[in-house]
Design a protein around this ligand. Structure first.
Ligand SMILES: [Zn+2]
Length: 225
């Protein structure tokens, strides 16, 4: 029988293939992590390993300070940012990072994606916000993610001049947010080419978001986000 850690290793390994499938990553950029429920541990991608060589066994187990507990490789260079999020947002069970093209183009301009599509109101409930410019190497990326997303409806943040970080109740929800973030960033970008996207009234955004997060789906639980 598989241990909870083995199940999370497999899940995180499999979810990396979704980043490839949805065209969110090139080469070895991008990463998915998951908190191990009930433990101060997380599972994350190894650094510099090609996507088609990722296996459950290759995943790295770290504590929430980013120190490796189990694994043969170094963990992703973004481990400190993921660990910071888990330490400061106990409700978060999964974190994803990509440099997906359209979302990163908004990040390069330092511009939030405005909430101008009903699908955005559903998934994000607001604009997709911009986080601060932050260099890798200390807590500044993690702090920027947490400071921007804490109290925000959006599970995605565009870190200025960098790319996308998303959070979710689990890793699958964070991957979904990364896929949806790129999708709406692309659509709103294309809309901008021919004119000015029209805003949606705040009351309508609130209504759509509440319905989607609480009513839509199979009714057994709030819609996955
Ligand atoms: Zn990055």
């Amino acid at each position: 029988m598989s241990s909870p850690i083995d199940l999370i290793r497999r899940q995180v390994s499999d979810l990396h293939q979704e980043l490839v499938r949805y065209d969110l990553v090139v080469w070895t950029a991008g990463n998915v992590s998951a908190r191990i429920p009930g433990e101060d541990l997380m599972v994350i991608k190894p650094s510099g390993v090609a996507y088609d060589e990722l296996t459950p066994e290759a995943m790295i187990v770290c504590d929430l300070d980013g120190t490796v507990v189990a694994g043969e490789h170094n963990p992703s260079s973004d481990t400190a940012a993921h660990a910071y999020v888990y330490r400061h947002m106990p409700e978060v069970g999964g974190v994803v990072h990509t440099h997906s093209t359209y979302a990163s183009a908004w990040a390069a301009r330092g511009e939030a994606v405005p909430c101008v599509l009903t699908a955005m109101a559903d998934e994000f409930g607001a604009e997709i916000p911009i986080g601060p410019f932050a260099l890798i190497g200390d807590d500044s990326i993690g702090r920027g993610i947490v400071d921007t997303l804490r109290g925000h409806r959006s599970p995605a943040v565009l870190m200025k001049n960098h790319g996308v970080f998303t959070i979710g109740k689990d890793a699958k929800a964070a991957v979904k947010a990364a896929v949806m973030c790129e999708d709406v960033a692309r659509t709103v970008h294309i809309s901008r080419q021919l004119g000015e996207p029209q805003p949606i009234a705040q009351a309508d955004i609130d209504h759509l978001n509440h319905r989607y997060q609480n009513v839509y789906g199979q009714q057994t639980a709030p819609a996955a986000r």
